[in-house]
Ligand binder design. Structure first.
Ligand code: BEZ
Length: 239
């Protein structure tokens, strides 16, 4: 008896803590080797569903407007969609020449936009999520650190434009955690109190509750301390 074998495509979903999968790609700024070309700096690799679509246009303008801010935090931006290079070029020209949005105009997208007609990169990064679309990438955001390790991942559906202030906040929060060995509470921004690592023994738990150090312990497992905003910004923006 013949069995019909369904072709099952292997699609990877890189996880936090994984090394960012490598690829070489053609972009609007020439060829890139990712993540190797970005060693020593953070990068944000993000996908969008398609060129010449309104939500994507609003996102690209916002990201391009903020590019300098990300660069100052030692972070480069790289976009991707399953469109060809000439579509990308035409779209970016249209954005610069014609589109006004949220007070932004004449916006030049200077960061690379990957052409991914073959879906090679999109499949490696789990950007094709067939329940949402079989032909367009979802709105994925990969935060990759200076050692090429994936540190955070966000996936949004096609209809939902991302919050770029939150993407910047997350980047700064992760860099602050690395630099000062702390965690950051809900809605943290530079200047807010940070969380110190939880007590790992009964002795430390007791010490925390009786300490004269400048800790604010809500309970033995939840202690915060002040971290000066200027100190954070000096560290994050030092490169
Ligand atoms: C947009 O960017 O506007 C969009 C793209 C794909 C589906 C829905 C909206």
């Amino acid at each position: 008896m013949e069995t019909i074998q369904q072709e099952q495509e292997v699609v990877s979903m890189p996880r936090i803590g994984d090394k960012a999968p490598s690829f070489t790609a053609v972009t609007t700024q020439g060829e890139i080797n990712y993540p190797e070309d970005y060693a020593g700096e953070w990068s944000i690799l993000f996908s969008h569903p398609a060129d010449f679509t309104p939500v994507c246009t609003s996102e690209f303008m916002t990201f391009a407007y903020m590019e300098e801010k990300f660069a100052k935090a030692n972070c480069k931006l790289i976009g991707l969609s399953i469109d060809g290079l000439y579509s990308h070029i035409a779209w970016l020209r249209t954005i610069k020449d014609k589109i006004e949005f949220n007070g932004m105009k004449n916006i030049e997208v200077k960061f690379p936009l990957i052409e991914d007609i073959t879906m090679n990169v999109a499949k490696k990064y789990g950007m094709i999520q067939p329940g949402e679309s079989k032909t367009q990438a979802v709105r994925a955001v990969f935060f990759v650190d200076q050692k090429s390790i994936i540190r955070a991942v966000i996936y949004y559906p096609l209809s939902l434009g991302r919050n770029f202030d939150e993407i910047y906040r997350a980047l700064v929060a992760m860099q602050t955690s690395d630099a000062f060995n702390v965690a950051t509470p809900a809605d943290w921004n530079p200047g807010d109190d940070v969380i110190i690592s939880p007590a790992g023994s009964c002795g430390v738990a007791e010490e925390r509750m009786t300490s004269t150090e400048e800790l604010d312990c809500k309970d033995w497992f939840f202690c915060t301390k002040k971290l000066d905003k200027d100190l954070v910004l000096k560290e994050i923006l030092k490169k």
